[in-house]
Ligand binder design. Structure first.
Ligand code: UD1
Length: 430
């Protein structure tokens, strides 16, 4: 099993280029088969989740033509509607987006219930409520969600909770329903907006994405398009926090600074300097980090996908901080691992109470999920000595060439696959 081995203590310095947004790309790929014409998608991140979804789409009949690592042509003319019950589907939670796209296009879909990161119970009741409101009959059978409708008809849908997945899934199905749909209390995340822009570029009629009321007028057909995915705000935020934790000076390039406002605000609060450029942000951490309070919230609030990275930063800030997780119920699994690196963190219900320590100490730790895995790598780079991170397949789900990009900033990190390679690294850095 592959691991990351890290020798901590080097400040990260230099420039790093951010890839396309994984979560936008997953939704956009699923929507690309809603037309029988060929769609070209650029700025695709080359990460495992994307490759798994492309594989799943190929299994149901999509023609996938990888032009290069970041560009793909997709033709959905020969896609089969049901059943979608393949191994590759189970690997990624975002395969649930095929429900919205297939239901919209064929008025019929069956998709195995999603896998993905284990960060707490991840229900689909809001997706199902939305499909039902559009006139679909939805059942759970044999571990799959099956949805079917004679006609999909636009409706007024209020989401009881802000959900990115439900907003996007309903947007897809409603784009090919008869008449008007209104989604109230919609998610406002940048990838919801990117998805609406993508669907509109295929001929859909969606207004209001980025606000909490989205209005959709259904169309009969969607058509070809060429589309470039927005930069990944979470990858960008992760590098910004890595710069701060290592007392570095990093320019994070190819970003939309507006999408990073919550992350930037917290960095300023804890004593870092952040300079916003047109499509880059520079983070300089020359002073000791200060404590603060953070609560995760739907966009534009502080993202839950940055919560573990934030906790790692606060773990080496002065004083006591709190991190409140309000989106997912089981997102503190990394705390035990971080404690083994010297952190002083107590979790009470959904609040982590963090007493800053001087520095982390190298240890052998396990990545419990995607973002927490990245956070442990940051702790390793900020800490003393050697850290080994196991289960890095989680990290590879969502970070393109993570170790390569970090090495470009001066980190001593390597991906190893055996005890021998691990020893070689130890020898090299000692
Ligand atoms: C997406 C992101 C994930 C991010 C999350 C929150 C993708 C592929 N994943 O996940 O990285 O952490 O948004 O920003 O884009 N909920 C319900 N019923 C539902 C759906 C959701 O109760 O039917 C709840 C969830 O349990 C959670 C909250 O709503 O408490 C938000 O979840 P949601 O926004 O749907 O997250 P995902 O779309 O799964």
């Amino acid at each position: 099993m592959e691991q990351y081995v890290i020798k901590g203590g080097n400040p990260l310095v230099g420039e790093v280029e951010i890839s396309g947004a994984k979560n936008a790309a997953l939704a956009i790929l699923a929507a690309s088969i809603m037309t029988d014409e060929t769609v070209t998608i650029e700025n695709l991140p080359n990460v495992r989740d994307i490759n798994a979804l492309l594989e799943a789409m190929e299994e149901i009949g999509a023609r996938i033509d990888r032009l290069d690592a970041h560009t793909v042509k997709i033709n959905g003319a020969f896609v089969k509607d049901v059943p979608v019950d393949y191994e590759s589907m189970k690997k990624i939670r975002a395969s649930y987006y095929l429900l919205g796209s297939l239901l919209g296009k064929y008025k019929r879909a069956e998709v195995i219930l999603p896998g993905g990161c284990n960060i707490g119970s991840r229900p689909m009741d809001l997706h199902i409520k939305g499909f039902r409101a559009l006139g679909a009959n939805v059942e759970i059978r044999n571990g799959a969600v099956a949805a079917e409708a004679k006609h999909l008809k636009g409706n007024h849908i209020y989401l009881d909770k802000v959900s990115v997945g439900a907003t996007i899934n309903i947007m897809m199905a409603a784009s090919m329903a008869e008449g008007k749909t209104t989604i109230e209390n919609a998610a406002k995340e940048p990838h919801v907006v990117d998805m609406a822009n993508f669907l509109n570029s295929m001929g859909a009629n969606i207004r209001g994405a980025g606000t909490d009321v989205i209005r959709i007028v259904g169309v009969e057909k969607l058509h070809r398009t060429e589309y470039s995915i927005i930069p990944d705000q979470i990858e960008a935020g992760t590098f910004m926090f890595a710069a701060a934790a290592t007392k570095g000076d990093v320019t994070v390039k190819n970003v939309i600074p507006k999408h990073l406002e919550a992350t930037t605000a917290k960095l300023l609060e804890i004593g870092c300097e952040v300079e916003e450029l047109d499509d880059a942000v520079r983070v300089v951490a020359s002073k000791p980090l200060k404590n603060t309070q953070v609560t995760t919230l739907p966009y534009p609030g502080f993202p839950t996908d940055m919560q573990p990275q934030m906790a790692v930063l606060l773990g080496i800030a002065t004083g006591t901080s709190t991190v409140t997780e309000s989106i997912f119920e089981n997102r503190f699994k990394y705390v035990d691992e971080l404690t083994r690196m010297g952190a002083a963190i107590k979790v009470e219900s959904n609040i982590a109470i963090i007493t800053g320590v001087k520095h982390y100490m190298g240890a052998r730790v396990c990545a419990p999920d995607l973002r927490a895995g990245a956070a442990l790598v940051i702790a390793g780079m900020a800490g003393d000595g050697i850290t080994v991170v196991d289960d890095i397949h989680y990290i590879q789900r969502g970070y393109e060439d993570f170790e390569g990009k970090l090495r470009g900033l001066g980190a001593q990190i390597e991906r190893v696959n055996s005890e021998k390679e691990l020893q070689k690294f130890r020898f090299k850095v000692s």
